[in-house]
Design a protein around this ligand. Sequence first.
Ligand SMILES: Cc1cc2nc3c(=O)[nH]c(=O)nc-3n(C[C@H](O)[C@H](O)[C@H](O)COP(=O)(O)OP(=O)(O)OC[C@H]3O[C@@H](n4cnc5c(N)ncnc54)[C@H](O)[C@@H]3O)c2cc1C
Length: 483
Amino acid sequence: MQEHMERPNAVAEGVLARIKAAVGTKGYTTDPGEIEPHCLSWRDNWRGWVPMVVKPANAAEVAAVVAICAESGTPIVPQGGNTGLTGGGQPHADGAEIIISTSRMNKIRDIDTVNNTMTVEAGCILAALQDAASDANRLFPLSLAAEGSCQIGGNLSTNAGGTQVLRYGNARNLVLGLEVVLPDGRIWDGLRGLRKDNTGYDLKQLFIGAEGTLGIVTAAVLKLFPKPTEVQTALVALPDPAASLALLSRAQEAVGEQVTAFELIQRRAIDFVVRHIPGVPDPLAQSYPWYVLMEVTGQGAPDSLRDTVEGILADALEGGDVLDAVLAANRGQGHALWKIRESIPEAQNYEGQSVKHDVSVPLSRIAEFIERADRAMEAAYPGVRCVAFGHIGDGNIHYNPAQPIAHDTAAKGSDFAAEYGAINRIVHDLIAELNGSISAEHGLGRLRRDEARRYKSDVEMDLMRSVKDALDPANIMNPGKVV
Ligand SMILES: Cc1cc2nc3c(=O)[nH]c(=O)nc-3n(C[C@H](O)[C@H](O)[C@H](O)COP(=O)(O)OP(=O)(O)OC[C@H]3O[C@@H](n4cnc5c(N)ncnc54)[C@H](O)[C@@H]3O)c2cc1C
């Protein structure tokens, strides 16, 4: 328990007693030791308190609890794996809310390999769904570093992206139907496995990416895809981000949608990884300014795409877009190349403070964004170590300026964090100018809520508030987040 974490309880005992009766002894905890991890965020930068974490067993129990909360005006924080990074899943500190965790609702209700769908409960861990799809000789392509602990309800509520958006789209594109408990306690059964359904508003899309502010997702019908039988993974060295986009065009012209992942990595990020992550060597004999991790997948025999990928890289090398490349000889080497990419966030933590951005711009503006952002940051903070990496194939860049070396002392370390707002302003103003988004993947939560107000038009904010007011007029569903 953090010393300064208080344990206020502003929910009436009568309300807590009714919730206990609705879910039974397995369905809740009031033990401070069990409650605490639900109230802290993964990076420990959001903290709050609730007097009770409720863990319903099914949608009917969720509905019963939400109905009690609606009647009593008790705010609810829905929670999945609690891996979100924006404070959306953590309660406020006044003890006036309860958390509803979906962790016990983890059944796969159905896998239909003819319809290519899987009907699952919100609390299923993402990695478990990938495994279940694979066991049925299918692919569920949503994949991200938190997949061992995040839950599909949380993935859908944040419209998660990850490494394969380029080929399969983000979470929004992977859903055919939803079951949702509404803020008044009614259950909306929209669990339809249809690829065509033009019967009015597409209601499920309202709840996807809503970060728990419009209702609690309790189940979903997910799309399945043929499982790739052939994977080629290459780490490619490049002179600059523009060359990476030329390589992407070249690869897509050659193999179309088979380009499944395309991740940009700045040299500085590789330096951080090699310096701090044991067992990760420099991938190429020489150092280059930029790299791309490219994955091409298909349904053919193993290595059937190898010649094609080698041809793409050879042409790009000749054309000057590519400086060097390594093509993984097998899956093990492919995983080793992915480890470099996946280790960047952890490695950057060892380099002192950094200010993280999760932004997107149209692909055609990416090179300009990085160049102008670097220039503006260097002018404002001489010696700043900007790190750009991410899902460049989707226009999504994690742009994380790290403190200058001069700030590396304990005494000066905190200075850079104090610049958080000013650095956000430089980066987000540029993003707005380039018609981009200040949150490509992680959502708004509390972290970016006020920033979104700054950059969205009055009309767009009005529309968002109208939707919230229509579905949750009493504002009990995750209040203070998103809008
Ligand atoms: C190491 C790491 C890597 C990551 N990489 C990526 C990445 O590549 N791409 C990406 O998009 N994201 C990434 N994320 C963030 C990711 O989107 C979220 O971690 C994940 O999708 C959230 O799932 P969760 O179950 O942990 O949800 P939580 O963190 O519990 O909740 C997230 C939000 O959804 C709401 N919510 C949760 N469950 C429900 C529900 N059933 N109904 C309604 N609302 C609900 C919560 O109230 C909260 O607002 C990463 C996170 C980590 C820690």
